[in-house]
Design a protein around this ligand. Sequence first.
Ligand code: HEC
Length: 271
Amino acid sequence: MTEIPEHLLKRSKARRAAMGLPGGEGDDGGDAAASGTGAAPAAAAAAPPAAKAPARAEQAQPVAPAAPPPPKPVPAYVAAAQRRRRIPYWAMPVLVALPVWGFIYWNSVQVPTTTDDALTTGQSVFGSCSGCHGAAGQGGTGAKLAGGEVLKTFPDPKAMMQWINLGAEKWTGKTGSAANAIYGDPKRPGGPHNTATLSGEAMPAFPDLSAAELAAVTRYVRETLSGAPDESEVITPELAQEAIDDAQKGKLVYKNEKPDPKRVKASTKVG
Ligand code: HEC
């Protein structure tokens, strides 16, 4: 065993005192190692464990109070939030129904102003016309609408809407076998059309169609079935409403009340 020279121990103690460190005897080895003497590792090993133990206890003492701090008290509002049930049970059916409601709501606020919407509506309204006029407007009990025929009879779409609103009887003021009257444009190429031309049921009135539906079916018949260009700018629900109001007041676009016998004859040749 190597003895640590006395002068070194003294110097070490003096330094420790100068640095304000506790001058534990057992700690000298560390300092001796720092001082770089060849004896240092040996000194560290030689230090008796009994001497080191108290030093460790001394160092451990300030550490002891640093035990994990007690958990902070949970604020009242957090505690309340944690106790609360997240989603009440009655909310479940509401949540399930929400997308359905949203879909219905979204649809209900859509204004059918676009071309496609009006023509789609028009097609479904035409379901109540196709029985007489044919699904493609080719004619049957009712007059032929396709192939530009309806455009010749009603160059003015407002007049066509009045015709649909009033029907043959109200338009001409004549019923049954007396229903021999022209309707539509009196200057129609090939002669005006006549309610006596077709032997079946007369054109019925459609007073229950809304202005939007009337405009839609008119566009569908003219554009889709009869080949008219896009008339969305002209045939609006506003114009339809005007047509209905005027028709109910007897203000017709065409004055067809007095049928011209010559024209009636000519019109019978026109399909
Ligand atoms: C019960 C059969 C019947 C139904 C339903 C019917 N029409 Fe007619 N429609 C006729 C007849 C018949 C005529 C020819 C005039 C007459 O004899 O009264 C006619 C004529 C017309 C004309 C004039 C065509 C032309 O060039 O002479 C138009 C436009 C027309 N109908 C549109 C409609 C529309 C739109 C509907 C549906 C909303 C409809 N009709 C439903 C029987 C019908």
